[in-house]
Design a protein around this ligand. Structure first.
Ligand code: COA
Length: 258
């Protein structure tokens, strides 16, 4: 169905794999458009409660934008591409939790896509970086903003100004990835994390994601008000009734997503 993506579903978890291993899964325009289409389809698929995104092959998550496509671009045509609806922003506002399963090189637009996800986990073999400076450009998919918010200005500045890659262990120390797993266990451990989240109420997950995302985008007073509204909205759901009843009846809840 897609030229450059694979989509698998395992119970309530969808795995989206960028599938251009010969190009280290570099994001050309066609792939970014396919990601947008896939996100739209997965958003309305009620069976899917958590999304995992990864790269095909053993070497790379995503090695950045497809540099080949930069060659023919003018400033205006590149701006046109980058101001259309973007995979990075769509990933960030996708109403279900998204885990980036970083299985290798995670560079440039690849790191920016991972930064747009909710949780990042990495193989111990992964290398992460914003190498755009080596091409005479800067990150343009949100890297200067999302990386800085996540790890702080000093560390983000060093990564963006040197363009050097860091190891998974270094990324973990920075809080850039939540967990580092042995390469052979990456998928199993990631799916276990996804399964834990997929058991929760999809309504509450959506509200929780929106509330947490508000933190970086608003002042504290506005964020606290938004949190109260989203908290109260959960009380309109069947899932809240079920969650509370299951607790009182000392059983596991069965959340239906309404
Ligand atoms: N865009 C287009 N093609 C890319 C690419 C990218 N971002 N990253 C890798 N590729 C291609 C290579 O050109 C090569 O293709 P070829 O076999 O047709 O020549 C193939 O993927 C394998 O990459 P290669 O460079 O041979 O692997 P390596 O193990 O020697 O090096 C990297 C791996 C990640 C260090 C290196 O590929 C690299 O620096 N890539 C660019 C990263 C980057 O700057 N990204 C930010 C873009 S803004």
């Amino acid at each position: 169905m897609y030229e450059n993506l694979l989509i698998e579903k395992h119970e309530r978890i969808a795995v989206l794999t960028v599938n251009r291993p010969n190009k280290l899964n570099a994001l050309n325009i066609a792939t970014r458009n396919e990601i947008l289409a896939a996100l739209d389809a997965l958003q309305s698929d009620a069976e899917v409660r958590v999304l995992v995104i990864t790269g095909a092959g053993d070497k790379a998550f995503i090695a950045g934008a497809d540099i080949g496509e930069f060659a023919g671009q003018t400033a205006l045509s590149q701006r046109e591409v980058m101001t259309q609806r973007r995979a990075f922003d769509a990933m960030e506002t996708f109403p279900k939790p998204v885990i980036a399963m970083i299985n290798g090189f995670c560079l440039g637009g690849g790191l920016e896509l991972a930064l747009s996800c909710d949780i990042r986990v990495a193989s111990e073999q992964a290398k992460l970086g914003q190498p755009e400076i080596n091409l005479g450009v800067i990150p343009g998919g949100g890297g200067t903003q999302r990386l800085t918010r996540l790890v702080g200005e000093g560390k983000a500045m060093e990564m963006i100004l040197t363009g050097e890659m860091i190891t998974a262990a270094e990324a973990h120390a920075l809080g850039l990835v939540n967990h580092v797993f042995a390469h052979a266990e990456l998928r199993e451990k990631t799916m276990a994390l996804a399964a834990k989240i997929a058991e929760k109420s999809p309504v509450a997950l959506r509200m929780a994601k929106e509330a947490v995302k508000t933190a970086a985008r608003s002042g504290l007073d506005e964020g606290l008000r938004r949190e109260v509204d989203l908290f109260a909205l959960c009380f309109a759901s069947e899932d809240k009734e079920e969650g509370v009843r299951a607790f009182l009846e000392k059983r596991k809840p069965n959340f239906v997503g309404r």
